[in-house]
Each structure stands twice: as C-alpha cells, then as structure tokens.
Design a protein around this ligand. Structure first.
Ligand SMILES: Cc1cc2nc3c(=O)[nH]c(=O)nc-3n(C[C@H](O)[C@H](O)[C@H](O)COP(=O)(O)OP(=O)(O)OC[C@H]3O[C@@H](n4cnc5c(N)ncnc54)[C@H](O)[C@@H]3O)c2cc1C
Ligand SMILES: *[C@@H]1O[C@H](CO)[C@@H](O)[C@H](O)[C@H]1NC(C)=O
Ligand SMILES: *[C@@H]1O[C@H](CO)[C@@H](O)[C@H](O)[C@H]1NC(C)=O
Ligand SMILES: *[C@@H]1O[C@H](CO)[C@@H](O)[C@H](O)[C@H]1NC(C)=O
Ligand SMILES: *[C@@H]1O[C@H](CO)[C@@H](O)[C@H](O)[C@H]1NC(C)=O
Ligand SMILES: *[C@@H]1O[C@H](CO)[C@@H](O)[C@H](O)[C@H]1NC(C)=O
Ligand SMILES: *[C@@H]1O[C@H](CO)[C@@H](O)[C@H](O)[C@H]1NC(C)=O
Ligand SMILES: *[C@@H]1O[C@H](CO)[C@@H](O)[C@H](O)[C@H]1NC(C)=O
Ligand SMILES: *[C@@H]1O[C@H](CO)[C@@H](O)[C@H](O)[C@H]1NC(C)=O
Length: 649
C-alpha cells in the first residue's frame, strides 16, 4: 500500500498492460530461459503456471534435489531494471506500466458504480517485483482460524506455518544505533537467516516516525513543547494499544517491519531470491512471455496445459506440454480462477454460460474473493507540522536531495534506503470500538449467511461463509487479532487507513463471451455486507481520536476526508461510497483452501477437489484475509506447498 496508488491506479485502469506489452532485449543470459517455445521437452514432472511469488518459490524447491523436472510458464518476462530494483519510496516499479496488468473491475454498486483498477505484477517474480516491499506477518489467530475450518485434525496453524515463515525469509536486523535511537522492537527468534529472499531495515528513519530520535533540524517555528517523540509514540496515548515485540510475533499492535530488500538496498523478490543462479539445474526450464489458457485433462486427471505466446489470440499458435506428476497453478488470485474455470473446473452455471465443457462442478472457484480496502477511516493533514527533514524533502528540497544522493552513491545508506515505511499499527477491534465492538460482532454473527452473498450462491459456498462468519465474529471480539491498520510515513499527511478483515465477499468469473483471452470479470462487491459499514464508521471515530486525543493534536490536525463536518452516519457512509478503494493489491480467496462442503477449491494438501494431479499454491488459496499485507504469507504458504508436493511425489 502506498501513497500514490489512488492516482496511479485511476490513471492506468484503462490501459491493459498486457496488451501494451513490448518485448525488451535482455542484457543478461539465463540458460534456464528457453529462447523459443519449441525448445520445451514434451513432458515434465511438474508444470508450474505463473512464475510469480509463489510459482518461483515452489519451482526452486522442487528442482533443488535434481530428482524432478520442472517447467515454469510465465506471462511476463525477465525484468531487472532500475524501476524494479529501486527501494527508495517503495513504488518506483509502479511508474512503469509494462511491469503489471491493470484493468477495470465490474462497476461497484456499493461505491456509486465506480470501477476499480485490478492490478498485479507481470514478470518473472510476479507481484513480488512490483509490490511496496513491506514485510509483515498476520496474527497467530489468523493462521489458527484457517486451520479451524478443517476441525481438530489440521496441519494448518500458526505453529505449523512458523517453520515456513523462518524458511521463507532471511532477516537482517536494524543496526544497533538505529534500533537504539528509534526504540525499534524486533526479535530474531521469529525469523530465519537462510533464504535468498531478504528482509532488511533501512539505515535511516524519518525523524517524525521514530520514538526517541531527536529531531535533527530543530527550527525556530518547531512545536518545541512537544516531546521529540512522534507518530509511533502517539499510539501509546490511546487506551489498549500495545507495542508488539516483533512484526513476526503473531501479535497485533504497533509494529516495526522490515523491507523486502537486500542489505545492499536492492529489491529482494522471488526472481533474484529463487530463480537467479539456478542456471546449472538442467532439470529446470523457464519459458517466458507465454499465456496459459487452460489445463488439459484425460478424464479427471490433469495431464498438461495449453498455452500461446503472449499477445496472440490465435489458437493455431497454441502449444501443449505434458505434466507427468502435477500441474501446479500459481497465476495469482485474479488469474488462477480464470484458468480453472476456462479448463472446466468451476461453478457449472458459469462454465455452461461460457460454453466450457464441465470437468468438475466446483462451486467455490472464483467465490470468496477478498482484498484489503483502503481510503477508509479519515485522511488528515498536520497543518502545524514543522519537522525536518521529512519525505517531502526528497521531492522538493534540492539541497537535501543532493546530500541524500551523494550518501547513497557513496555508501548505500541514508534517506534513499527507506522504502514506503517500516512502522505502523495493526489494531484489534475492541481497541478501535471499545463501546460497540460487542454489539457489532453480535449483529454480524446473527446474520443469515446467504443474505449478502450474490443471488444464486451455491449452498456449499454459503456454508463456508457461515463458518467464516463465526470465525470473523470471534475476531471482531478479540484482542489478539487486528482489523485496523494505519502506516506511519513520517510526514504531515496521513491517508493510509486499511481495513484488514472486510466481511463482504466478491467474485472472479470468466468473461462468458471470451473465457480465454478477455480479462475475467472481477467484482469486489465492496460494502455489500452492511456489517462492513458498522465497522468502518468506528474506524472514522477512532482515526479522529488518534489525531485529537494524542500528542498529534499539537500539530494542528486538519481532517481532509471526509471532513470535520461529516458526523451523521448517513454522511459518513456517503463519503465511504465516494472514497473507499476495495483493493490494496492483496487479493485472496478465489481458490480457497477449505473443506469441499464449505465451498473449498483445494484441500489441506492444496490439491484441487474432484480431479487428480492439479494443485494451487498462490495467494488465491488463503481462505480469508490475515491482519497483515500478504507477501510474507504467500512465500510461507509456497514453502509449505513445496514440501506437500514433494511428500506425495
Ligand atoms: C502493487 C502491489 C503492491 C503490493 N504491496 C505489498 C506490500 O507492500 N507488502 C505485502 O506484503 N504485499 C504487497 N502486495 C501483495 C503481494 O505482493 C502479493 O500478495 C503476492 O506477491 C502474491 O503472490 P502470488 O504468487 O499469489 O501471485 P503473483 O506474484 O502475482 O504471481 C502470479 C504470476 O502469474 C503470472 N500469470 C498470470 N496469468 C498467467 C497465465 N495465464 N499464464 C502464465 N502466467 C500467468 C503473472 O504474470 C505473475 O507473474 C502488493 C501487490 C501489488 C500488486
Ligand atoms: C540485476 O540488477 C542488479 C542491480 O543492477 C545487479 O546487481 C544484478 O546482478 C542483476 N541481476 C541479474 C541476474 O542480471
Ligand atoms: C448504478 O448502476 C445501476 C445499473 O446500471 C443503476 O441501476 C444504479 O442507479 C446506479 N447507481 C448509481 C448510484 O449511479
Ligand atoms: C542464523 O541463525 C542461527 C540460528 O538461530 C544462528 O545460530 C546463527 O548465528 C545465525 N547466523 C547469522 C549469520 O546470523
Ligand atoms: C497541510 O499541512 C501542511 C504542512 O503543515 C501545510 O503547509 C498545508 O497548508 C496544510 N494543508 C491543509 C489543507 O491544511
Ligand atoms: C533543505 O534541506 C537542507 C539539508 O537538510 C536543510 O538545511 C534545509 O533547511 C532544507 N530546506 C527546507 C526549506 O526545508
Ligand atoms: C560514507 O561513509 C563514510 C564512513 O562512515 C563517511 O565518512 C562518508 O562521509 C560517507 N559518505 C557520504 C557521501 O555521506
Ligand atoms: C467480455 O469480452 C468481450 C470480448 O472480448 C468484450 O467485448 C466485453 O466487453 C467483455 N465483457 C466485460 C464485462 O468485460
Ligand atoms: C462539509 O463541508 C464541505 C465543504 O464546505 C461541503 O462540501 C460538504 O457538503 C459538507 N458536508 C456535510 C455533510 O455537511
């Protein structure tokens, strides 16, 4: 999540980056990339569809022993330019629209019929190559809730995933000096240090974020009566807010998280982490710039895939390749359900409408779609702000820019080592709404589970939502989970309130006129469940408390959105419908890991129900959202997926 995304997504939502694709010559040779599609073998043990965050992680683990042959088919290509590698500001990749897809959602009736930009990475490395590089883990309760959907005999839990979180990331602590100056909390016991995917801290923090750092440039007009403690400390002025011991401790609260960057300040993502340097693995082939259209079946057994060169809609150019053991889908939450449905695995009504022969009627495919909404709560401006330097100096202050660039060039340290940011709050609902959390949770739990799902939702999907509803009502009453998130960027505008557990559920369905080449119909169904409105009204009240009832009040907070005059519930809701964006680019749930009778698409081993030899390993398998952004968990789930696949090899 980052500051400029509203504008960026708005500008780009009409430009489909895939159709705008232009091949770019690579300067670096990788013998694992097959130069031509006709160089592939006739069959491999495993075919991985999508060389993104999860796909490259699984491919690395499956090929390291040399026992299995693997082909990765990826829509994008090798990307290693400055836009991808730059850490500073965290969003440089977002300015290059050839690095991601972006197309409009279905108009959102809950948002005055606005369409929303549906965005995800397209390259070797997928979304990990364009994301905001913020690395955080959900709460213990989130992963235990996932397991609870399977009853007591589950291997999915916090304890079950912790070894994979450790395996997935190589943690580099902040320097002792930075830690001391800013009172950064971290604990290496929650981390590993073997992965080639790195999580590290910048060497610098903006003074307004940090807890103890003296403001480096005091000026006559500064608010000198304030203690030199700032955004992070302000949370401590609010009752019930706790500071977690580490961003990976599984506890909610105010946290410090690392950036997915190497200690030498290059973006660390799935391609350099899991793919570079594997040239010597003759059992591992990669074919880029290819679009997989469908999985091929013999009876109910997945036998391979059909694909075309990217940009082509000519089926005479299509090729097939066989998988001896498994076809592994890792095309991401938006495209994995498209491929499943286009292959005949999905809700039979949708498949029939599209003229796709039904291999298995699997109602859950494309249901249970979720993402983290943002632009909720309120946006504030501190009109009395006088802390220098702050991130705006990197935009406007030429002296500061020159100093920062010289330091980065000489030592790779200083302000240019900072990504989006490394601090923020992930807060439980009882802390946000101490007076009303219980009644809101009770009212939500008493809902008819079908009432706010699309008409005609299959019974198993409704049963799955009923199970989630129980889990989420519990979450709304819990002090061990988080629903409210705001990140602290060290400047005078605050506009990053994110809703971590939306209760509305959307859908991703193939376009019935053109299932293979048209983008799927993505419907967030934003605010379709009225319980979301109850929660979000409380978010506004709490955000006001954060600015007016803490030390931040001395900085002259001014409410930009929705505005101080907006107090009546109806007016707050009108503002939400005007301003909320249902996607922070953390889509999940469209191939949920849930029991079949709860609308599941994959079982606990990540195998697709009703067929053989087909699994899903990407973020679409998350049954519901976590109280954190999604990349860290995507890598951990993929690490576990690789072990599950090897165990049945
Ligand atoms: C702009 C942005 C910012 C984000 N910021 C953060 C952040 O700061 N912190 C955080 O934790 N998370 C963040 N995320 C989320 C996180 O990056 C994702 O949750 C995670 O990377 C998803 O991994 P995945 O493997 O499910 O999918 P992806 O990594 O997206 O991989 C899917 C791959 O499949 C390929 N593909 C798709 N269709 C086909 C097809 N038909 N044939 C062949 N290949 C195909 C795609 O090109 C892509 O490479 C952000 C995401 C985005 C997009
Ligand atoms: C990618 O770019 C970085 C930074 O320029 C460089 O260090 C690295 O070697 C490059 N990697 C590959 C595989 O080309
Ligand atoms: C949204 O579109 C629907 C269908 O076109 C229409 O009935 C409805 O009035 C529109 N709502 C708004 C707020 O414009
Ligand atoms: C890596 O972690 C292990 C186990 O916690 C520890 O013994 C070792 O010192 C660590 N290595 C480095 C380089 O930090
Ligand atoms: C926002 O804050 C900045 C910095 O204090 C100030 O210059 C600006 O006038 C403020 N804008 C509004 C709309 O309050
Ligand atoms: C610009 O940055 C320099 C170096 O940090 C600082 O001395 C100066 O006060 C800044 N100027 C403004 C207008 O903030
Ligand atoms: C680089 O680091 C060295 C050693 O800490 C320091 O002396 C030097 O001033 C730094 N260079 C710049 C340009 O900041
Ligand atoms: C579905 O695909 C067709 C053909 O490409 C296109 O004309 C139509 O606009 C698409 N429908 C939607 C709702 O996107
Ligand atoms: C709040 O004030 C703004 C600006 O004056 C105005 O446009 C808006 O209609 C007002 N909203 C309410 C609910 O009074």
């Amino acid at each position: 999540m980052f500051k400029l995304n509203t504008a960026a997504v708005g500008l780009l939502c009409l430009a489909d980056a895939i159709s705008a694709y232009v091949p770019v010559a690579r300067s670096v040779e990788h013998s694992t990339i097959l130069e031509r599609a006709d160089q592939i073998a006739a069959e491999y043990d495993y075919i991985i569809v999508g060389g993104g965050t999860s796909g490259l992680t699984v491919a690395d683990r499956l090929t390291e022993s040399g026992k299995y042959s693997v082909l990765v088919l990826e829509l994008g290509h090798f990307q290693n330019g400055t836009a991808v590698n730059t850490v500073s500001g965290g969003i440089s990749a977002f300015f290059d629209p050839t690095l991601y897809f972006s197309f409009p959602s279905v108009p959102q009736s809950g948002l005055n019929n606005r369409t929303i930009g549906v965005v995800g990475g397209v390259m070797l490395g997928g979304s990990s190559g364009v994301n905001g590089m913020q690395v955080m883990r959900g709460q213990k309760e989130d992963y235990d809730r996932w397991g609870s959907y399977f009853g007591p005999n589950t291997e999915w839990s916090w304890d079950g995933l912790l070894p994979y979180f450790k395996k997935a990331w190589n943690f580099h602590p902040p320097s002792p000096q930075l830690t001391k100056e800013n009172n950064i909390k971290y604990d290496t016991r929650y981390w590993g240090n073997t992965s080639n995917v790195h999580a590290s801290f910048p060497s610098y923090l903006w003074p307004f974020i940090s807890e103890n750092q003296p403001l480096s440039v005091p000026s006559p007009e500064c608010v000198c009566s304030l203690k030199p403690e700032t955004q992070v400390a302000a949370f401590g002025d609010l009752p019930g807010v706790e500071y977690a011991p580490d961003s990976g401790s599984g506890k909610p609260g105010v946290i410090w998280w690392p950036t997915s960057a190497t200690p030498s300040v290059l973006r660390s993502f799935a391609r350099p982490g899991h793919w570079d340097g594997v040239e010597t693995r003759s059992n591992y082939h990669t074919l880029v710039d290819q679009k997989v259209l469908k999985v091929l079946f013999q009876g109910k057994k997945a036998t391979g895939v059909l694909f075309v060169p990217v940009g082509s809609t000519d089926l005479s150019q299509s090729r097939t390749v066989k998988a001896k053991k498994e076809v592994i889908l890792a095309a991401g939450t938006i495209h994995t359900p498209q491929i499943l449905q286009a292959s005949g695995v999905g809700p039979k009504d949708v498949l029939k409408a599209a003229g796709v022969p039904v291999i298995v009627d699997l109602p859950g495919v494309g249901s249970n779609f979720q993402d983290h909404p943002f632009s909720v709560g309120a946006n504030f401006n501190l009109s009395n702000f006088n802390v220098h330097p702050d991130p705006t100096d990197l935009q406007t202050n030429q002296t500061f820019i020159a100093i920062a660039e010289a330091e980065f060039a000489a030592n790779r340290t200083g302000p240019l080592s900072v990504g989006v940011t490394n601090a923020g709050a992930f807060l439980p609902f009882p802390v946000i709404a101490p007076a009303t959390f219980k009644s809101i949770a009770d009212r939500y739990e008493a809902q008819d589970p079908a009432a706010y799902l699309p008409k005609g939702t299959p019974p198993t999907v409704i049963a799955g939502y009923q199970a989630q509803k129980k889990g989420l009502a519990k979450l709304l009453r819990s002090r061990g989970a988080s629903v409210y998130n705001v990140i602290m960027r060290g400047t005078f505008t605050v506009e990053n309130v994110v809703y971590l557990h939306p209760l509305s559920r959307g859908t991703v369905h193939i376009n019935t006129t053109d299932p293979y080449f048209a983008q799927p119909l993505v419907d967030y169904r934003a605010l379709s469940n009225p319980a979301d409105l109850d929660v979000l009204v409380e978010f506004l009240y709490f955000t006001r408390k954060l600015f007016f009832e803490t030390r931040l009040s001395a900085y002259g907070p001014f409410e930009l959105v929705p505005g101080a005059n907006v107090t009546a519930r109806a007016d707050i809701l009108a503002s939400l419908r005007d301003n909320m964006n249902p996607s922070t680019f953390h889509p999940i749930g469209t191939s949920s890991m849930l029991p079949l009778e709860l609308g599941g698409v994959v079982d606990q081993k990540l195998l697709v129900y009703g067929v053989k030899g087909l699994s899903v390993v990407d973020a679409s398998t998350f049954p519901d959202l976590i109280g954190a952004y999604t990349q860290q968990t995507t890598y951990a789930v993929a690490e576990k997926a690789a072990d599950l696949i090897k165990a049945r090899a």
